[in-house]
Design a protein around this ligand. Structure first.
Ligand SMILES: Nc1ncnc2c1ncn2[C@@H]1O[C@H](COP(=O)(O)OP(=O)(O)O)[C@@H](O)[C@H]1O
Ligand SMILES: [Mg+2]
Length: 228
């Protein structure tokens, strides 16, 4: 694959919710392409549909119409188990509020996607240690989420998104709850991973500094993406 190849594509995606008999249209005939190794930001006012879009791109929610193709596969075809398999093999997702499992250590949280692939435990452990090291947390592998700072928790969530070597990482407000210094270190981490491993990143963000660091900024307006 060259740098121009598309790893994630949304075609004519619409999403509406029925609310007390009224149809609320959030996404409207939206097209989107993310290329291998690209880093882009999706911005938009609160309620414009950024999380809805990211959830559909990540297979966490279904479009009302249209399709999402990841790594050549239709994400919303097939049953739940098939979709989970495609997601596990191709996607990393970082939620706005990290969604770490509180009763598990950093290492166990990070290991989860590989455990779902039924890999040998030795291999899972080695990979988990390597990815925690890559996000600067090799000294925190046995800590549970409550014993970590906000920035450390976000790094664990990023490590979990990266461990399966996905082609695409989707992040919803990755620095939204972090102070300036911690946000800057998360920004550097994303840049480094993007450059070293050619992982494509799509970041939903309110943070103009983070958006400006990406190569491309798209704004969600009236249910469609507009180049900025
Ligand atoms: N499950 C739902 N049912 C009904 N409306 C929803 C649901 N989820 C989101 N919405 C509506 O869709 C719009 C976009 O929400 P969201 O994607 O969370 O926006 P953003 O992330 O840009 O702030 C909002 O008006 C929200 O109220
Ligand atoms: Mg949101």
């Amino acid at each position: 694959m060259n740098k121009q190849s598309v790893v994630l594509q949304a075609r004519a995606v619409s999403k509406s919710y029925s609310d007390a008999g009224n149809d609320v249209s959030v996404l409207s005939d939206l097209d989107f392409s993310l290329h291998k190794g690209e880093q882009l930001a999706i911005i938009g006012s609160s309620g414009s549909g950024k999380s809805t879009l990211l959830n559909i791109l990540g297979g966490l929610d279904e479009p009302t119409q249209g399709e999402v193709i990841i790594d050549g596969r239709n994400l919303h075809a097939g049953n739940e188990a098939q979709r989970a398999k495609v997601r596990n093999e191709t996607l990393g997702f970082v939620y706005q509020f990290h969604h770490l499992l509180p009763e598990f250590s950093a290492m166990e949280n990070v290991a989860m996607p590989l455990l779902m692939r039924n890999l040998a435990l030795d291999e899972v452990r080695a990979e988990s240690e390597a990815v925690l090291d890559a996000v600067g947390l090799s000294h925190r592998i046995s800590h549970k989420p409550a014993q970590l700072s906000g920035g450390e928790r976000q790094r664990v969530a990023i490590a979990r998104a990266l461990i399966g070597k996905p082609a695409v990482v989707l992040m919803d407000e990755p620095t939204g709850n972090l102070d300036r210094t911690t946000a800057a270190s998360v920004q550097e981490l994303i840049d480094g991973l993007n450059q070293e491993h050619d992982i494509a990143f799509a970041l939903v963000t309110h943070d103009p500094e983070l958006a400006d660091r990406t190569g491309r900024v798209l704004e969600l307006v009236d249910g469609k993406l507009v180049e900025r």
